[in-house]
Design a protein around this ligand. Structure first.
Ligand code: CA
Length: 227
């Protein structure tokens, strides 16, 4: 992981470099907003640690410019300013997190890890409808109320419904595409119904908006609102 540290105070910059390199991060230090801006435009970083009080263009200006240019790299603002207004300004300008000096190095590391993790999650392909999200790589499923634990089969079923969201899928289709069973003498209808019931309990139980619906005589559909 490659980090850009934007800090004009030599002592602080050196301490950050030493500590972060000790944690196996690759560290590049820039001392002004202009040079940082130039670096970000020409090289890729996984995270930027940005001091706010810099000579020339200050950190907030740099941050706003980066975001205006569409740079999405996570930014952790480091600063001695700690008034509420400063925090709000920092976050409004596009910072992902905010740490007030002096801070414990362990806390800095924890925040960095959290931001890098979040960045990776954001890259994962996802399927969603209404407030349900399925991450196809981490295989995490969640609604706004929190995470949902699914079995492998339930996950496959939900993924299939989401890939066909808004369309009614029949039991025959599910048997063929999810269970991969085409030549069974007894239909899988009961098995499918049991899995749908379990999935629905996990996804829709006590939710104000139900997402998985049965269309009588046809099959099932995932969508926001009744079909
Ligand atoms: Ca400074």
């Amino acid at each position: 992981m490659r980090l850009l540290v934007v800090e004009d105070e030599q002592k602080v910059a050196n301490a950050l470099r030493e500590g972060l390199e000790g944690e196996q991060y690759e560290v590049v230090v820039e001392r002004t907003g202009e040079s940082a801006f130039f670096r970000v435009n020409t090289e890729a970083f996984d995270l930027i640690l940005l001091d706010l009080t810099l000579p020339g263009r200050d950190g907030l200006e740099v941050l706003r410019t980066l975001r205006d240019k569409g740079v999405r790299t996570p930014v952790l603002v480091l600063t001695a300013r700690d008034t509420l207004q400063d925090r709000v300004q920092g976050l409004d300008s596009g910072a992902d997190d905010y740490l007030v000096k002096p801070f414990a190095f362990a806390e800095l590391l924890a925040r960095i890890r959290a931001l890098l993790r979040r960045g990776r999650e954001n890259e994962s392909p996802r399927l969603s409808v209404a407030d349900i999200t399925v991450d196809l790589i981490t295989r995490k499923v969640s609604r706004s109320t929190g995470p949902i634990e699914l079995t492998v089969r339930e996950f496959e079923l939900l993924e299939y419904l989401l890939r066909h969201q808004g369309q009614v899928v029949s039991r025959e289709t599910l048997a063929r595409d999810v269970w991969k069973e085409t030549a069974r003498t007894t239909p899988l209808d009961n098995v499918i119904d049991v899995h749908i019931a379990r999935l629905r309990r996990k996804v829709d139980h006590e939710q104000p908006v139900r997402l998985i619906h049965t269309v009588r005589g046809v099959g099932f559909v995932i969508r926001e609102g009744e079909p």
